[in-house]
Design a protein around this ligand. Structure first.
Ligand SMILES: Nc1ncnc2c1ncn2[C@@H]1O[C@H](COP(=O)(O)OP(=O)(O)OP(=O)(O)O)[C@@H](O)[C@H]1O
Ligand SMILES: [Mg+2]
Length: 386
């Protein structure tokens, strides 16, 4: 099943274009499921009919659902949170605890479990996701790392320790550091879910991100960063959808200056993203309802099948060059001074601007020192000692 994530800055047209992509894919004969994981759901607004948390058929061969993430955050997860709250009281300097306490990305993650559920249904070829604005989507992608660090260091130790130490811990007043079994189990379930979702999102054959952008300065700049961060987290962007482009007939007279500015931004967009672009005009009215959204799909994709994979880039790859092993990450518009690389055990920590990723290194390079860090033609290459 193909998964098409539609993300981008707030208000650029993610919901409208997600629905357009879904209807366009259905027109090519695919069975499609549209999910909204943005807690501020608006599939219903764009369709001009209610959607809700149960799947409904919105057009022949197209089901839609607005995932009720908060309602899905079940009791077990509140237990985990309570446990972390207690832990934090004992270890205020631990950033990982703090991050977990606020559960960055958890809500989106719970919502994204729905993607896995759609895949398990087995009756859909394409799952189109209307995501929350990029910031939340990126937080979600960071969550597995946070969980893994936590799992690997603190939690696993605690679990081993708990069986032996609990009675002792209780006696010396450390009981709060030893989680009860139901918290461990809830945590492991959460971790399992995160891994399932991550497997889907990081598989570039299955999942493609579509970045929705408007031809406006601030939007383009933010979208460039998003492109780099998605790549750092291992999610492949295969197209940029440029929405609300002034049509030629509107670009004369009163709007001429706007149109000239837009042309510069369009050139900038063309240079900024190494993937195909699709363009939709600024319509005379809001595209609401199946008919208007289907027309938007045709304007955007013309004869193309929206479910296709438009670029076959792999955002993160291990390559061999001249006998050396390099880890390459697609990072356009980043300079080497924005990048910080370090190793920790069998993991590589890569920080790029405001985003950080910890990448589990494959056996062939674990334990080897990082020898070089370079950026060339938009690709970060991390060289390992041989
Ligand atoms: N090409 C277009 N021409 C005219 N109006 C459009 C176009 N695309 C979207 N709109 C309208 O712009 C508004 C915002 O679009 P939409 O809700 O799809 O954006 P969004 O990125 O999902 O927003 P949010 O970040 O709030 O979820 C809606 O009223 C929508 O109907
Ligand atoms: Mg939206």
């Amino acid at each position: 099943m193909r998964v098409l994530l539609h993300t981008g800055k707030g208000g650029v047209g993610k919901t409208s274009l997600a629905l357009a992509s879904a209807l366009g894919a259905a027109a090519h004969g695919h069975r499609v499921f549209v999910l909204s994981t943005d807690s501020a759901h608006s599939l219903g607004d764009a369709l001009g009919r209610p959607v809700g948390p149960q799947p409904v058929e919105i057009a022949p061969g197209v089901l839609a659902q607005e995932v009720a993430a908060l309602a899905e955050l079940d009791r077990a997860w509140s237990e985990i949170q309570e446990f972390f709250a207690q832990l934090l009281r004992g270890a205020e300097d631990e950033l990982a605890f703090e991050e977990l306490l606020v559960f960055p990305g958890l809500e989106e993650l719970v919502a994204l479990r729905a993607v896995r559920d759609v895949e398990r249904r087995g009756d859909c070829d394409v799952c189109v996701v209307d995501c929350a604005p990029t910031g939340s989507t990126l937080r979600l992608l960071r969550l597995p790392d946070v969980l893994r660090i936590f799992m690997g260091s603190v939690f696993a130790t605690k679990r081993r320790a708990s069986k032996l130490l609990k009675p002792v811990a209780d006696r010396v007043g450390l009981g709060r550091f030893v989680a009860p079994d139901d918290v461990f189990e809830a945590f492991e379930r959460l971790y399992g879910d995160v891994e399932d979702v991550r497997q889907i999102l990081l598989d570039e054959d299955r999942t493609s991100a579509r970045l929705v952008v408007n031809p406006a300065r601030v939007v383009v700049e933010e979208t460039r960063r998003s492109f780099a961060y998605l790549s750092l987290y291992g999610v492949a962007t295969d197209a940029v959808l440029v929405n609300r482009v002034l049509p030629a007939e509107a670009a004369r007279g009163y709007f001429a200056t706007w149109a000239a500015r837009e042309r510069r931004e369009l050139d900038e967009i063309a240079e900024s993203f190494p993937v195909p672009r699709f363009q939709a005009p600024l319509l005379a009215r809001e595209p609401i309802g199946i008919e208007a959204l289907s027309a938007l799909a045709r304007a955007l994709y013309a004869e193309e099948d929206p479910a296709r994979r438009f670029a076959d880039t792999r955002p993160i790859r291990l390559v061999k060059r001249d006998g050396r092993t390099l880890l390459e990450i697609e990072l356009r518009h980043t300079s080497v001074t924005d990048v910080d690389v370090s190793t920790r055990g069998d993991e590589l920590m890569v920080r790029v601007g405001g985003a950080q990723r910890c990448i589990a290194l494959p056996g062939s390079v674990t334990g080897r020192a990082v020898e070089s860090v370079q950026i060339d033609a938009g690709v970060l290459a991390i060289g390992f000692a041989s």
